[in-house]
Ligand binder design. Sequence first.
Ligand code: GUN
Length: 284
Amino acid sequence: MTAKILDGNALSAKLRASLRHRAAELAAQGCRPGLAVILVGENPASQVYVRNKIKACEAVGVHSEKYEFPADTPPEKVLNKIAALNADPKIHGILVQLPLPKQFDEDAVLEAISPEKDVDGFHAENVGLLAQGHPRFISCTPYGIMEMLKSEGVSLKGKEAVVVGRSNIVGKPMTLLLIGASATVTVCHSQTRDLAFHTRRADILVAAVGRPKMITGGMVKPGAVVIDVGINRLPDGKLCGDVDFESAKEVASLITPVPGGVGPMTITMLLANTIEGAVRAAGK
Ligand code: GUN
């Protein structure tokens, strides 16, 4: 079997066209959606992600503001900026790009963002709402993955889903969403004893560990849906995922490529969350 490729660029283009329409409608009603992005330090990957987020805002008509701080900025300065943005009616979404430099307490920074503007869905209140099954903002990567599964009509009810990775950004919220969709979910991580035992049982396999080509075709159940969240740079400069695409695509029924899979969907859902924030702020 050769898997069908789940094209995140194509699905993103379709979703972004309707988001552009929605943003224009809101702007015409005097409530143009606005996103503020805060970047601290010079992490090259973060700089690329932030640039892509701002470009995506421009392309769909979402107002964006970028605030850059040097790596040695005292945390109070960033917290003051967050407080100002919390009170700014032009801004419906605030995103602090992670990771932050060492002097920052990341949790304290995320908790300083108003939960009503927390378009990353990282605030404890929004994580709690998701865990209770009443999400307000859903973290963008897992949200994008759910949209990809929906677009292909993948049914999750009663299916075995295995999430590899337990991060706050992907693994944990992904697990909550899959449980919410009535899948039976196993979470694997660095201390899991026999990873392949678990992955071979997965009807839906989500890899989010940040280790290049860690999941090989032999670890995939025939016919599985394979979602690769990894974005790893190889020594030759090329990007690759956490899944060994070449071997896994011969076993899976559906697979996301890297690049061009989950990555573009993450940014698309950030736009969707910002627009949703504007809709709520306008009371519509
Ligand atoms: N760093 C890596 N992924 C993300 C993300 O989705 N949001 C933020 N804010 N930082 C990140």
